[in-house]
Structures are given as structure tokens and as C-alpha cells.
Design a protein around this ligand. Structure first.
Ligand code: ZN
Length: 314
């Protein structure tokens, strides 16, 4: 999730009824991407996901009675409801729906860590052409939560105008509006670069969806399960790529991916190793203990997941 830049072009407009359902796609999402994402979601039914009795932790994490394909689908679809294209310009698409809105936990916002020094950049590896071979790419962002937080700060009800002209109101982070980044389908970020629709690539994308879906949860201090700054000495030192809780997006992404990888009979041993590396990378971002503002060591806790909302607007 990333924050919205200054929203300079806000306009007051009429609003059409809110009809979000699972993976509702903005018409600007290219047909091929739409197809792949819907198939990713459907692929959960193709996996032999079994609750083997040792999934207590995953059950607690997802707050589900058991771990199964229908439970995972329902968890995901209640938090990731609308998808917008990477080309949608958020800054010019946000609209004021109501001039005054009263938010639950008004005035209480998540604490954002102060920056720490970023490590000295190493020369980027080249692909032989003299150009850097890798550049950071956004995979997916939970823009609904970012817009909700911006509305809460300004005590206004906001919405996002889609490419069809309809405005989707953001009354709770659970409105689940996510934006595709250029990295989601990019060959370079695939587990197996060969084809976008290989099962292993679907699993990695599903893990991303579950990560973003967790950003649709939380209230007050836990609103949106905001990332924390990775501390000095961490592999991602200086980046907002860590978390200070035990049930946040990185934990969810890793635990769900573990379960899906175990259930994938169409993934090769090599692909499973790569998927396990993604899980390990996600878990390395969970700071089990950290220094608090007063300089004392604090242990990470389970955060409250109940989503907050706009109480009323005028
Ligand atoms: Zn995130």
C-alpha cells in the first residue's frame, strides 16, 4: 500500500449505487489481465486444500473455522472487491462524495514510523545493455484504504471515479479497492517466467491478493495494517517493507502461500523451492520485537482486525 499524493483535483459529483462484488473489474483493466485474475481466484478450487488439524495458527490468523478453498475464497472476496488498472491516475480520479463525514475512531490514525537511513545503493546489475537489469516495480496497492485514510483525515466521504464514470464510495477499508501495479504480471517477477498462467505463478499472485486484502482490515491504530519501517541492519533497511504485528499482510501472504504450495500438485520441485523462498522473504519482514518510540524493546502483538467505517455523512 502506498499513500496518495496531494489530491489537488477533487470535485463534488453525484454518486451511483454501490454494487461491488468479488473482483469487480474496472473496464480499463485489459481483458487478458482480467481473465488471468479471475482464473487465479477460481484456481483455489482446483487445489486440494486440506485442513489437517495442524492449521490452528492459519485458522486463527484468518479467523475461519477451518482452512478450505471456499473459506479462503470468501475471506479474499470480502476484502478485495474492486480492481482498477495500473493506468488509473488516483490523484485525478478521487471525488468528494459528501462534504462532511463522521468516521469511527475519529482522530485515531495508525502510527507511521520515522524514516531510518537507507543503505548506500549498490550499483544496479546490468543486463549487458548498460541499462540496469532491475528496477523496483509496484505489484499491487490497496488504494481503497489509502483513500479511506485521506477521507478520515479530512472528515469527508470520498470515492473513486472509474473509467466508466461511476463513482465507488469508500465507506470502509473493506470496500476493498486494489490497483494493479506493473509488476503483477511482469515476466521478471514470475516464479516461472515461461507463462503467466502457470500454477506456480498463480500461487504467487494469490499470495499478493491475500497480502493486499489484509490492508482492508483494522481500526484506529491498526487501520489498514500499515507497514513499518525496516530497521537498521535489516535486508530492507530504510523501506516501509516490514510489519510490527503478528497477523499483518506479510504474515497472511506467507501463511496462505505455504498452504497453497503444499496443495499444489502441478507445481514442480524447483517452483516449490522458489515459492518457499517468497514465504521466507515475507516472514523475514515480520518484526517479532522492535524498539518503540521510548527506545524500549517491545514484542509484536496480534492486532485488532475489525474494520472501521464511516458512521454517517451529510
Ligand atoms: Zn502491503
Amino acid at each position: 500500500m502506498k499513500s496518495i499524493p496531494a489530491l489537488s483535483a477533487i470535485m463534488l459529483v453525484g454518486v451511483l449505487p454501490h454494487t461491488a462484488s468479488a473482483f469487480q473489474m474496472d473496464p480499463a483493466v485489459p481483458a487478458e489481465q482480467r481473465k488471468v485474475m479471475l482464473e487465479d481466484y477460481g484456481y483455489l478450487d482446483r487445489l486440494q486444500i486440506l485442513d489437517e488439524g495442524n492449521d490452528l495458527l492459519t485458522r486463527q490468523l484468518l479467523e475461519t473455522p477451518r482452512v478450505s478453498a471456499p473459506q479462503l475464497k470468501s475471506w479474499l472476496s470480502s476484502r478485495m472487491k474492486a480492481v482498477i488498472s495500473e493506468k488509473t491516475d488516483i490523484e485525478t480520479s478521487v471525488r468528494i462524495v459528501s462534504r462532511a463525514a463522521y468516521y469511527q475512531n475519529g482522530g485515531t490514525m495508525p502510527e507511521i514510523d520515522a524514516p531510518v537511513p537507507t543503505p548506500t545503493p549498490k550499483p544496479a546489475p546490468t543486463d549487458g545493455s548498460g541499462k540496469p537489469a532491475f528496477k523496483p516495480m509496484v505489484v499491487m496497492s490497496n488504494m481503497g484504504t489509502a483513500i479511506y485514510m485521506y477521507g478520515k483525515k479530512n472528515a469527508k466521504l470520498l470515492g473513486l471515479q472509474g473509467s466508466d464514470g461511476k463513482v465507488m464510495e469508500i465507506r470502509t477499508p473493506r470496500d476493498g479497492l486494489v490497483q494493479i501495479g506493473e509488476g503483477l504480471f511482469h515476466e521478471r517477477l514470475r516464479v516461472n517466467p515461461e507463462r503467466v498462467d502457470l500454477p506456480a505463478n498463480r500461487l504467487a499472485r494469490l499470495s499478493t491478493y491475500f497480502h493486499e486484502a489484509r490492508h482492508s482490515d483494522g481500526n484506529g491504530k491498526s487501520l489498514g495494517f500499515a507497514h513499518a519501517m525496516c530497521p537498521v541492519g535489516h535486508a530492507y533497511q530504510g523501506y516501509y517493507a516490514c510489519e510490527k504485528n503478528l497477523n499483518g499482510p506479510y504474515t497472511i501472504g506467507a501463511m496462505v502461500l505455504k498452504k497453497l504450495t503444499e496443495a499444489c500438485s502441478d507445481c514442480s520441485a524447483k517452483e516449490k523451492t522458489t515459492l518457499q523462498m517468497i514465504q521466507a522473504d515475507s516472514l523475514s519482514r515480520v518484526l517479532k520485537s522492535y524498539r518503540n518510540k521510548s527506545g524500549f524493546t517491545e514484542n509484536a502483538k496480534v492486532w485488532n482486525t475489525a474494520p472501521e467505517k464511516v458512521l454517517f455523512s451529510i
